[in-house]
Design a protein around this ligand. Structure first.
Ligand SMILES: [Zn+2]
Length: 480
């Protein structure tokens, strides 16, 4: 009897924690009770009819299209008049709405500047509850975590999302940052020898990480060792570089470079070898359509180096037009909002405005030269970029570079899938692919900002009510 009561007590406690933290009690069911509340559609067969259809393969938005999904897979697409809708399918009338592939973003983090300690001590706080949900509710269905400060938390998030225990994008997990001597962030490990680099890569690969991120102060020898060690495991390595130039890294075989050209030190006069010289406007001395950048772009394209555009995190440092949108402010906890307004909102510079103007031109040139341009959020920086809301801003800003709305969406979907070598299953709305989709109000071709009007996010054929998820996060971001 005593044993039984003890058992019941334990169950009550578990139920309580599960309701609060939506944990693992319901592991046997597809989605726990706490998640079911956000699900609008989970029928086996669903037809979305009369949609604007974001065709990222042909870079066009089609009208009056129908998409049929069954058991989580897209089974047919085409003009509403001709697509066969299986009997018994649930119909969603999408008149006036656009269906897009779920975003596949490559510079994501589960952490954010910590408002609870002095901002003069750089510290990042893991936000394992709010960030996965924010990403997801804004339409991000796949995310690569480009650098970790809480590796085991990121790994657990991946497992719990895959097991449908929490709401979030499918994660491609990147190991902790590989920083060199003299870094600014105490949470990043400093690696100074080639042996250490090799050991580090092998250790985290064994733990389950599938990509690596080299950081600013890593020198050429150590970076080369890290690239070779990652490649020996069949894994990819990207970099937010500084001491090593883009040209040097490309010639060493790096797979990807973060932050567009903002982290390129190739054009900083007098930069010594292996010296990290960081400037707000690293393009001061170059013409964004000139020979120097063309030569660098050619080297990147020739070496198949992928570039990740992260325009939103730099917009926060520009003087013009950089206040976070009201929705993002509303999502922040009071102390997070204070931190941004008191400390970070003043960090703006005209140098960044001029760098941004050139960056936009150079990203377009890179794509035009045949480079694979992808997109990411980087919700760190000066605190004005949140997961999800910042992700949408990063996509919108691509149109300022001259990409059409659907080209910007392609960069944030199909190109991301190609970079992850996952384009056979995600990244576009094609028959046979996973039904990872975003339904937004309005036609995206009319106005890119319509991507902010997210209604439903489908993952593997299950449709979630985006606004309900966002509503529940109001005032919480920064707390957990
Ligand atoms: Zn980052």
């Amino acid at each position: 009897m005593k044993k039984l009561l003890k058992g019941i007590g334990k169950t009550v406690i578990t139920v309580f924690f599960c309701l609060v933290f939506s944990c693992k009690l319901y592991a046997q069911s597809a989605y726990p009770y706490a998640i079911q509340a956000y699900i609008s559609y989970k029928q086996d067969t669903i037809a979305l009819t009369h949609c604007y259809f974001g065709d990222v393969i042909h870079k066009t938005v089609l009208s009056d299209e129908t998409i049929v999904i069954a058991h989580g897979i897209i089974i047919s697409t085409g003009k509403t008049k001709v697509v066969h809708i299986p009997p018994g399918a649930t119909i969603i009338d999408c008149t006036g709405k656009t269906v897009l592939p779920g975003y596949v973003l490559l510079h994501e983090h589960m952490f954010y500047p910590d408002a609870s300690i002095s901002p003069y001590y750089i510290h990042y706080k893991q936000l394992p509850v709010s960030f996965p949900r924010l990403y997801f509710a804004c339409g991000v269905t796949t995310a690569r975590t480009a650098g970790s400060v809480e590796p085991y938390s990121d790994l657990s998030l991946k497992k719990e999302i895959d097991a449908h225990q929490i709401i979030g994008p499918t994660l491609y997990v990147t190991a902790p940052y590989m920083e060199g001597a003299g870094g600014f962030a105490p949470q990043m490990h400093e690696i100074t020898t080639t042996e250490e680099a090799k050991r580090f890569v092998n250790f985290w690969a064994d733990e389950g990480f599938t990509s690596f991120k080299a950081y600013m102060n890593l020198n050429r020898a150590v970076l080369k060792a890290a690239i070779d060690a990652a490649h020996a495991r069949g894994l990819k390595i990207t970099g937010h570089l500084c001491a090593v130039t883009y040209r040097e890294a490309a010639e060493m075989g790096i797979d990807q470079l973060e932050h567009g050209f903002f982290a390129a030190t190739d054009f900083i006069p007098g930069k010594g070898e292996d010296a990290c010289v960081s400037e707000l406007n690293p393009f001061k001395h170059i013409n964004p359509r000139g020979k120097e950048i063309k030569d660098l772009i050619n080297i990147l394209v020739k070496n198949k180096v992928i570039l990740t555009s992260t325009l939103a995190v730099f917009e926060g440092l520009c003087k013009q037009d950089t206040i976070p949108k009201q929705q993002a402010f509303d999502a922040m906890s009071p102390d997070t909002r204070d931190m941004y307004l008191k400390y970070y909102s003043h960090e703006k510079s005209a140098d960044m405005d001029s760098a941004m103007t050139k960056e936009l031109v150079m990203e377009k040139e890179f794509a035009g030269a045949g480079g694979l341009l992808t997109a990411g959020t980087d919700p760190t920086g000066n605190g004005n970029v949140l997961a999800g809301y910042g992700s949408l801003r990063a996509i919108e800003l691509l149109t300022k570079a001259g990409f059409t709305a659907i080209e910007a969406i392609r960069i944030a979907t199909y190109n991301g899938a190609v970079a992850l070598q996952a384009q056979s299953t995600i990244g576009s709305l094609e028959v046979g692919k996973h039904a990872d989709m975003v339904v937004i109000d309005g036609n995206v071709a009319d106005n890119i900002n319509n991507i902010e009007k997210v209604q439903f996010v489908f993952k593997d054929g299950v449709g979630f009510n985006a606004q309900k998820i966002l509503q529940q996060l109001k005032g919480q971001v920064g707390k957990f």
